[in-house]
Each structure stands twice: as C-alpha cells, then as structure tokens.
Design a protein around this ligand. Structure first.
Ligand code: PLP
Length: 397
C-alpha cells in the first residue's frame, strides 16, 4: 500500500503490525544496549550500516524509529529525527548546520526559550543572530549576509499568533541558497505542513499537539533534502545528537506514538472550539483584542487562509492589565492555568509574566508581548462549557 495516498487522519492512525509479534501497538524496546554478532560487528566497522542495526539507545531505538516514521509520514517529510524535547529539536537541528562565524536570521517573536537561546546562548559559540519581522520580506533581505546559514521563524508565533508567509520566505531564502527552518509547534501537522511550501527543516515540540495528553516531553526534526544534502539529517543524528546527547527515551517515543494516533480528531474538535471561543471573546466588552488567525481581524488572516485553512487552536486575548489577565485565568474552573499547551484539556498562560518573564521590556515590546495578554490552548471539552467557563471568569474582573 502506498501510504502517501491515504488521508491525513488515516495516516495518523494506521501502521502495519510489528512483524515479530503481530502486535498492532508497536512495542516499547526498553533496552539501552544491543548485542552485536560477528556480522553486525563487521558491518559497523566497515561503515556499511547505521540506523539498520541497533547499537545503543542514545544513537536510536526501534520504538523511536517507529515514532519518527509516523511523524515523517504526517509531515510529508523524507526523514524525521526525534529528540528529548522541543528545545533539543531546535538546538540539535541548528547546531547540525551552523558553526563559529556563521549568521542566523530569526523572527523577533518566537517561544521565550528559543528567543533567549538565539539572543544569548548560541552567541557564546561565535554565531551571530539578526532579529527581524519575517512577515516583511525587505527586512529579511536587508539582514542577509554572506555568512547567513539559515532563516528561522514560527509558523504561528508564540504567543502573539503572528503568521509567517511561508512560501514568500522560502522563495527569498532559496534565491540566496539559504535553507529555511521553522517551528510548527503552535500549528502541528494537522493544521499546517510547512514542507508543502518548501521549508527545508521543520522542528516541533512533540510535547504539545503530537503527544496531546500532557504526559510526555519530546521533540521532532523533519527534513526534506534540496538546499541541504540528502544525508544532512543522518549526520545530525550521528554527529550532533549523538554527541550533544538529547535522545528521546523509548517510553516517551511510545507515549507520543500512541497520542499521535488521535491527532486528527483531537485537533478537529479543538479548532472548532477555538473559533467559537475567539468569536465569543471578540464580542466581550472587557476584552480589548483577540489574536486568532481564523478571525478576519487578524493581521495575517489572508495568509493563514492560504497555508493553514483550519487556523489551529491557540489564541491570545488582551485585557486591560496583567492583574486582570491573571485574575481571569486563575478564575477558570475547567481551564488549567499552566505552562504548556496542545493537550486535550484547555490550558492558559499569562505569557508576559510567565514564559517571557526573563526577557527585558524593550525586547518584549519588539515582540508585541504586552501586559494583559492571556494565551489559551483550547482543548477538546465542549465549546459550550469552555465559553461558559470564560464568561464566569471574565465576570470576576
Ligand atoms: C513554539 C514552541 N517551540 C518549542 C518549545 C519547546 O518545547 P519543549 O518544551 O518540548 O522543549 C515550546 C514550548 O512551549 C514552544 O511553545
């Protein structure tokens, strides 16, 4: 069967039984260590095998390989490499390409730890970074230098919901022979598949929508060759991940693989709920502004329609003050006030004083991260109950 011809929801659910046991759920290989025989030993010494044999679980594990195969299929990618977290996916992918003396262009608005990593961690290694607004092609073009090695953005930015024009960025970057990396965490492949628009490398926190149940931390890097060579991701596995050490555990591979089977149905429900909540909040007199790509008031609504027509299930709204935002979010009875997102339960955050707490005010202003912001990861509860919960919470201010 050619799985490429299946619909997304079928691809998410189906994989062949494991050949040794006919188990329809892939087993968890809890071994860190694998026995060599003479032939395996010789093939490794001759350099004729890599992923084909099991060596040691930091280099790869059969449960992890199955998870990677499914993630690649859902993303329309040639290959996937799983990592211990979303941040490990970002750092391993980028260190798999850049070295001392290189330059990166990234959007001002990315997840707080990603921004801090670009702003004052990767710079410790002699790599320079320019921050731009990636919805503005002129800003990107002006920032390109002879040593620019990659352009980076989030398909839906955390936490402002800015939507980057993927095809335009790819066209510009590729015309300068620069690969494009993006973080698809806020969308997930059920909403947007950046490889379809020519993105070379996609990173995602599997902790969020892929796993979907707030029970496992993990990350993925998916890759299609073109600007980068065929063996690029294989080299990231052997020369970057294997040395920096951010491998995904077999148990988390299994949890994420299991969670991913319901990705399509979970996201379908979440997206509907998000639109209902966005429309409710937009009409509420205490809400100053709603940021949801599905609303015509969103600045990149037309771009979103072209590249993620279901708009995702993350939204942000502004209240008058940070105190008000925290009061509303802590007054929710169904929604959990919590750091993470993308799970089956509605979860909220006040990004300015939570995830972005350590970023200085000047930078936050450039990102459009302001006091009074409330971020919502809309869950799979019924939209009637979610809206009623927000209604009673907003009545507390
Ligand atoms: C957009 C985005 N990318 C990456 C990450 C990092 O993922 P992880 O927490 O799995 O390391 C996060 C975490 O919240 C995120 O929101």
């Amino acid at each position: 069967m050619n799985k490429d011809n299946l619909d997304f929801g079928t691809k998410a659910v189906f994989y062949e039984p494991e050949p040794h046991s006919q188990s329809i759920n892939y087993p968890i290989y809890t071994s860190s260590n694998y026995q060599y025989d003479e032939a395996i030993y010789q093939a490794i010494v001759d350099g004729t095998v890599r992923k084909e044999v099991n060596i040691y679980s930091r280099c790869g594990n059969p449960t992890e390989y199955k998870f990677e195969e499914q993630v690649a299929l859902l993303n329309g990618a040639k290959e996937c490499l799983a990592t211990a977290s979303g941040m490990a996916a970002i750092s391993h992918a980028i260190f798999g390409l850049v070295k001392n003396g290189d330059h990166i262009i990234t959007d001002w608005t990315t997840y707080s730890s990603t921004h801090e990593w670009f702003d004052h961690r990767i710079t410790d290694f002699g790599i320079t970074v320019s921050f731009v607004d990636t919805t503005d092609m002129k800003q990107i073009e002006d920032a390109i230098q002879p040593n620019t090695k990659l352009i980076y953005f989030e398909t839906i930015a955390n936490p402002t919901m800015k939507v980057a024009p993927i095809a335009d960025i790819v066209k510009l970057a590729h015309s300068h022979n620069i690969p494009v990396f993006c973080d698809n965490t806020f969308a997930c492949p059920a909403v947007c598949r950046p490889h379809e628009f020519g993105v070379d490398v996609v990173v995602e926190s599997a902790t969020k929508f892929l796993g979907g149940h707030n029970d496992a931390v993990g990350g993925v890097i998916t890759f299609n060759p073109g600007i980068l060579p065929e063996n690029w991701l294989l080299n990231v596995r052997w020369n970057t991940l294997n040395k920096w050490g951010g491998a995904l555990s077999p148990f988390n591979s299994w949890l994420l693989l299991r969670g991913m089977q319901t990705l399509d149905v979970r996201v379908e429900r979440m997206v509907k709920n998000a639109m209902d909540l966005a429309l409710f909040l937009e009409k509420h007199p205490k809400v100053k502004r709603v940021w949801y790509p599905g609303l015509p008031s969103h600045p990149q609504h037309e771009i979103a329609k072209k590249q993620m027509p279901t708009f995702g299930s993350m939204l942000t709204f502004n209240l008058a003050t940070e105190l008000e935002a925290v009061k509303v979010l802590t007054s929710l009875k169904i929604g959990s006030f919590a750091a993470s997102l993308g799970g089956v339960r509605t979860c909220t955050q006040a990004p300015t004083t939570m995830a972005f707490l350590d970023i200085d005010e000047e930078q936050k202003a450039k990102m459009n991260v302001v006091e009074g912001m409330a971020r919502v990861s809309v869950g799979i509860e019924t939209s009637k109950d979610i809206i009623a919960d927000f209604e009673q919470a907003l009545a507390q201010i």
